[in-house]
Design a protein around this ligand. Structure first.
Ligand code: RVP
Length: 499
């Protein structure tokens, strides 16, 4: 007879945290979100810790080299998607590892035909006062000049004045060429009293900008996640089919950590893959996804450095309705966290768990951490930002970004070209969608971390470990769920709130 669980499976929205006593030193500035992501022994320091508990999902629409660099600068990690050729994935990993901190791709760019009005609007939007002027207005176009706030006076200059009339033209610029080191670029900055030095290639195309303030770069990115060589830490997704080809190439490119990407990780293929990696390489590897303690223990005993939890909860995921497998994310997490703690108690080995998918509100992250997750993996959350690899489109009056599932035909297309002749999937496990565009990663992440820290203070916790041991969590009834949002008032946008 089938086994029946006594409790229904539940998700984050069905729970709330209760405040504990907040002591006077328990303020957001004193909260530390550092968290382990690979297994370690009692009294040892984990080989890799995140400074914020966020990983970006192993997805085409989320994690490429740009996301990886931006997230590592904020203290989190990206897992570069594996649903591409080995060569393309290796190239992305290499770009992250070779990224030269201090050399930034210009974010504010215009053409000479733009106007002072455009410059001011761009400054307002991006918060930068240096604008690169290129022939096509892109960050890699031919560099024609630079505009800084010293080049115009808003009190005197017409807003219609073309950029070409007040920019510092290329002929008068001090610039570096490809191969210029950071310390050489800084010497130029100091010698010539500049704010910024552009780096160009042999054809005068802009490659990077080096800013004076980046001299103290670490002060700007105090949480950045670096390896021993001061390169950003990056992960990569792999599968259980081509790993003998993919893993050696990723390791050669310098990847720090791998994860086997699958909606159901409780399989002998995953065990074989973990064991192959452990036997042949000195690289960390996570496995998953699982939704119960049996799956978790199987992967732990296979040698996984961390385990990913979650089946069917992803925003674009239709695994549950297509295949009828899965479990409410909170129930899966609670059970696995308990198994993780028991295993640690018994053996002295701590295997971190990652809650993957289904984060809808920021507080769900806090809830996942309180329920025992060491870090969360998110797709939808990151897909909304400038740094995600997908197109930004305007639909009606709103900007959106594309976001598609790894189990959709769209994501799987690469296999047809790469592995030769396969037809489309027999059925899809995910959808192709849009998410509302939300701007840059950093400002959003800052907002999210402030909320998490603030809730942690309500719970009297200054660390994630502390939150996990002290949190008091209650189930909420469906009626009290209604009470959780605005209710019984007429909202000023004209809509009626819940009654
Ligand atoms: P979300 O953050 O809710 O958008 O979920 C992202 C997660 O969804 C991914 O990390 C992955 O586990 C899962 N996913 C990705 N594609 C699919 C699918 O095709 N079903 N599911």
């Amino acid at each position: 007879m089938a086994h029946y669980y006594k409790e229904p499976s539940r998700t984050f929205s069905e729970f709330l945290l209760l405040p504990n006593l907040t002591t006077k030193d328990c303020i957001p500035a004193n909260v530390d979100l550092k968290t382990p992501i690979v297994k370690f022994q009692k009294d040892e320091k984990p080989a890799i810790e995140l400074n914020v508990p966020f990983a970006s999902a192993v997805m085409q629409a989320v994690s490429d080299q740009h996301m990886a660099i931006a997230l590592a600068q904020c203290g989190g990690i990206s897992f570069i998607y594996g649903s591409q050729t080995v060569a393309d994935q290796v190239e992305m990993v290499r770009k992250v590892k070779e990224y030269k901190a201090g050399f930034v791709v210009s974010r504010s760019n215009l053409t000479p035909n733009h106007t002072l009005r455009d410059v001011l609007a761009l400054n307002e939007r991006n918060g930068h006062s240096t604008v690169a002027v290129t022939d096509d207005g892109t960050p890699k176009g031919k560099l024609l000049g630079i505009v800084t706030s010293r080049d115009y006076r808003t009190s005197r200059d017409s807003l219609d004045k073309p950029v070409s009339e007040f920019m510092t033209p290329y002929s008068s610029l001090i610039y570096g060429t490809l191969g210029t080191t950071l310390s050489e670029a800084n010497d130029l900055i100091w010698e010539h009293k500049l704010n910024c030095v552009p780096i160009v290639d042999g054809d005068q195309n802009l490659v990077y900008l080096v800013f004076r303030k980046d001299y103290d770069r670490h002060k700007e990115n105090p949480l950045e996640l670096l390896d021993n060589n001061k390169s950003y830490i990056v992960g990569a997704g792999i599968n259980t089919k081509d790993y003998k080809e993919r893993v050696p190439a990723l390791v050669e490119a310098g990847v720090d950590i791998l994860v086997i990407d699958s909606s159901d990780g409780f399989s002998e293929w995953q065990r074989e893959t973990v064991q192959y990696v452990k036997a042949n390489f000195n690289v960390k590897i996570g496995a998953g996804n699982v939704a119960d303690k049996e799956g978790f223990m199987y992967l732990v005993e296979s040698g996984a450095d961390f385990v990913k939890v979650g089946i069917g909860g992803g925003s674009i995921c239709i695994t549950r309705e297509q295949k009828g497998i899965g479990r409410g994310q909170a129930s899966a997490l609670i059970e696995i966290a308990e198994a993780r703690d028991a295993y640690f108690e018994e053996t002295g080995t701590y295997v971190p768990i990652c809650s993957d998918g289904g984060i809808v509100h920021d507080y769900h992250i806090t809830m996942a951490l309180a329920m025992g997750a060491n870090f969360v993996m998110m797709g939808r959350y990151f897909a909304r930002f400038d740094e995600s690899p997908t197109k930004k489109l305007k639909i009606g009056n709103n900007y959106v970004k594309e976001y598609w599932a790894e189990g959709s035909n769209r994501a799987r297309n690469w296999e047809r070209y790469d592995l030769g002749g396969k037809q489309g999937l027999l059925f899809e496990e995910g959808v192709d969608s849009y998410v509302p565009y939300a701007g840059g990663l950093r400002e959003n992440l800052d907002k999210t971390t402030s909320k998490i820290k603030s809730t942690m203070c309500n719970c009297g916790a200054k660390t994630i470990r502390g939150l996990q041991s002290e949190a008091r969590i209650t189930l909420v009834s469906s009626t009290s769920l209604v009470e959780g949002g605005a209710h019984d008032v007429i909202l000023k946008d004209g809509s009626m709130s819940a009654e």
